[in-house]
Ligand binder design. Structure first.
Ligand code: GCU
Length: 698
């Protein structure tokens, strides 16, 4: 198994630290195990050791209540510097540099906080202990630094779309591109959960603290995780617990019928409510730190409250009341739309659906309900505007859901570093520059904090499987890492996270390799966007090949509501208020006006919001059709450059990794050429407009 972002090389700088760990509890023991492991890398024999002694301790990790009154000076000074005891997962870092060198003291209230403190030290690399680059003879400046760290989101969830039983179409993992499931194999829990424990460690080091164990489309065997197969959940919870990760289950809203033998799942039925309360109690008896339920209801055929004439608040609150006594939460997904749409019906707009279902329900959800909203209004496309639902639910705990698994972004055959998409969205200020950012909504700071409630946090669909590299494409690890880091701190930049990931994963590799990996990933999402569906119009993927590869009209006459409306004159979806579906008007006024008008709508979203002639001139100066040709040629050229750049450094990489990356880049190039030629040919044939630069179009 590949060590991902925790190779020994990333820990070696902590080997000589001779760290002291103070405190008790299972997660403090995990920290001790980590410290001991790091110590072995430097050839150290014993670690951790007791505090104090002749020289100052270079590195101390302590629970505040475990610091004795007669602690050494260094520790007492650090404790005095803590202004406010850190929350559950937070920690305070006190770093003093003086004549005798640098000492670092990490203080936390809980073992969980201490564990995050440890990974924080890992991330900082050699600099953490004041180690200066070789040849730097300058004396260390005397300094004292105190930094408090807290996660922005209490809920940082990773959803596994894993099936216990292999699904006839979707396989073991729905939209999984990394081999089988880490958890299940052909109908049963894997007997050896060793890799799950390693995975838990990686996730904790990235910042993830919750994992949902099964697909949101809940099959029969998967539904039983809640009852007859609860043992599976117990075993998985045991594997995740040492790293502070709590497990959740996707449940079927029809469970009282499917599992309980009741005649109904109506949320107002007292028998149904009692069934859920008893079932939840039994889960908590077996897994006391169980996180809660994820629910996809009345969506793409999943059961839900609509069957009984109830709404989503009725359904979510009923489950919330079963979990409430145990401190559990319901993640209720907002991905609700009509998937039996008639393509002839121009009045229905899928992009509106989640908004129209949920906006009226703001204020009706219980406090332990989180509304889990996909980042964009349609479905994880490479380019979509922000979902307006995020802006219209001030009294609801909103979580933003992103797709780490690359369903629509190259399926882990293509390099696509997704973090720029997520940071752009999380850092957007939908109400204008003076208003809150999206991450203020998800953290609850914008509105909920006044009521003492935290926000819904982040959720994401995992991209991991049995593959030796975890993620199929080794570079797709960066997406998982970035997700965890952003869930912890959504103000980080995508570039800073990429630097961290490269530093940890390839830290001991030659500069040239690291720089190339960094450059390949850095612009990769732009490249992918260039050779696929243009200007925000989305889809154009193959319905018959699991959404892989181009099929411009593949969804055009289907029931799924994802159309581009290309004809001989133009392309795009009119979502304006003036002449279209009115979707543009669902945003706060400033943003709504920006999208409404052709003169202000950003180029990259033009065809999402407007239907325009091929001759329409973009802000960039070119026409729509010429832009399509140019970007598709350019995208392929950039993939060719990526292939060449990788060939140059591949000999410097681990051969297995180099082989895998090489294979995938070859496939990316083949696929990009196919995208280019199909898209260009399609639009040339529709429009009859030749390429202004006379390049080959078929
Ligand atoms: C996408 C994806 C499905 C998934 C759905 C969801 O449509 O293709 O596999 O079930 O999203 O998010 O529920």
């Amino acid at each position: 198994t590949h060590p991902a972002w925790l190779p020994d090389a990333a820990l070696v700088h902590l080997a000589a630290a001779d760290a002291v760990v103070l405190g008790d509890g299972p997660l403090v023991d995990t920290v001790r195990t980590e410290v001991a492991h790091a110590a072995t890398l430097g050839g150290g024999e014993t670690a951790p050791r007791p505090a104090g002694g002749a020289s100052p301790d270079r590195l101390v990790l302590a629970l505040l209540d475990a610091v004795p009154d007669d602690a050494p000076e260094q520790l007492r000074e650090a404790v005095d510097l803590v202004q406010r005891a850190p929350g559950d997962e937070g920690f305070v870092e006190v770093r003093r540099t003086g004549a005798a060198g640098t000492t670092v003291t990490m203080l936390a209230t809980t073992g969980h906080g201490l564990l995050h403190a440890w990974f924080h030290l890992v991330r900082q690399g050699a600099a953490v202990l004041g180690v200066r680059p070789e040849g730097d003879r300058s004396g260390a400046q005397a300094s004292l630094r105190v930094e408090a760290h807290e996660p922005a989101h209490a809920l940082r969830v990773l959803d596994h779309w894993d099936n216990v039983s292999v699904h006839p179409v979707m396989g073991q993992v729905e939209r999984g591109y990394s081999g089988g499931s880490l958890f299940y194999d052909d109908g049963a829990l894997r007997p050896d959960l060793g890799r799950v424990r390693q995975y838990a460690r990686l996730l904790a080091a990235s910042g993830v603290n919750r994992v949902a164990l099964n697909n949101v489309n809940v099959g029969r065997r998967e539904a039983q995780l809640l009852t007859t197969h609860l043992d599976d959940v117990v075993a998985l919870a045991d594997a995740f617990r040492p790293y502070g990760i709590r497990v959740h289950l996707s449940v079927s809203f029809a469970s009282p019928v499917v599992l309980g033998g009741l005649g109904t799942a109506d949320p107002v039925d007292p028998e149904v409510q009692a069934w859920w309360a008893q079932t939840a109690a039994a889960v908590y008896a077996a897994v006391p730190d169980f996180g809660g339920f994820v629910v996809k209801a009345d969506s793409e055929g999943q059961p839900g409250p609509f069957t009984y004439g109830r709404d989503h608040a009725d359904g979510a609150n009923m489950l919330a009341r079963a979990l409430g006594p145990h401190d559990g939460v319901v993640h209720w997904r907002a991905f609700v739309y009509d998937h039996h749409q008639d393509w002839r019906d121009r009045s229905t707009d899928r992009a509106r659906a989640a908004h129209d279902h949920f906006a009226p329900l703001d204020g009706r959800f219980d406090e332990n309900v989180v509304l889990q909203v996909k980042l964009g209004p349609v479905d994880f496309q490479v380019r979509e505007p922000l979902s307006p639902v995020i802006t219209v639910m001030p009294q609801t705990r909103v979580a933003v859901e992103v797709q780490v698994t690359q369903e629509y972004t190259g399926q882990q055959q293509h390099v696509a570093y997704l973090a720029p998409q997520w940071t752009d969205a999380m850092q957007t200020r939908p109400w204008g520059d003076d208003g809150p950012a999206v991450h203020d909504v998800t953290s609850g700071r914008a509105t909920l904090a006044r009521r003492g409630i935290t926000g819904g946090g982040l959720a994401a669909v995992s991209n991991v499987g049995q593959d030796v590299f975890w993620t199929g494409h080794p570079f797709a690890q960066a997406n998982l890492y970035a997700y965890g880091r952003l869930a912890w701190d959504p103000t980080l930049t995508a570039e800073a996270i990429l630097d961290e990931w490269v530093g940890l994963t390839f830290g001991d590799a030659p500069d040239e390799l690291r720089t190339t990996v960094r450059d390949l990933l850095s612009g990769s999402l732009d490249v992918y966007e260039q050779y696929t569906a243009p200007l925000g119009v989305g889809f154009m993927v193959s319905p018959t090949r699991q959404h892989y590869g181009p099929d411009v009209d593949g969804y055009e006459y289907t029931a799924w509501g994802t159309y581009h409306f290309a004809d001989r004159d133009g392309v795009g979806v009119d979502r304006s208020c003036a002449t279209g579906t009115g979707y543009a008007g669902l945003y706060p006024p400033g943003l709504a006006a920006t999208y409404e008008s052709l003169s202000t709508c950003p180029d990259e979203l033009l065809l999402f919001f407007h239907h325009v002639p091929y001759s329409h001139r973009l802000h960039s100066g070119t026409t729509v059709v010429q832009h399509i040709y140019d970007t598709h040629f350019a995208g392929v050229e950039r993939v060719e450059e990526m292939v060449t750049a990788w060939e140059k450094v591949a000999p410097l990489a681990d051969p297995a990794l180099a082989g895998r990356v090489g294979e995938r880049l070859a496939e990316q190039l083949r696929s990009a050429v196919e995208w280019r030629d199909q898209l260009n040919t399609y639009f040339f044939r529709k429009s009859g407009v030749p390429d202004g630069r006379g390049r080959r179009i078929y």
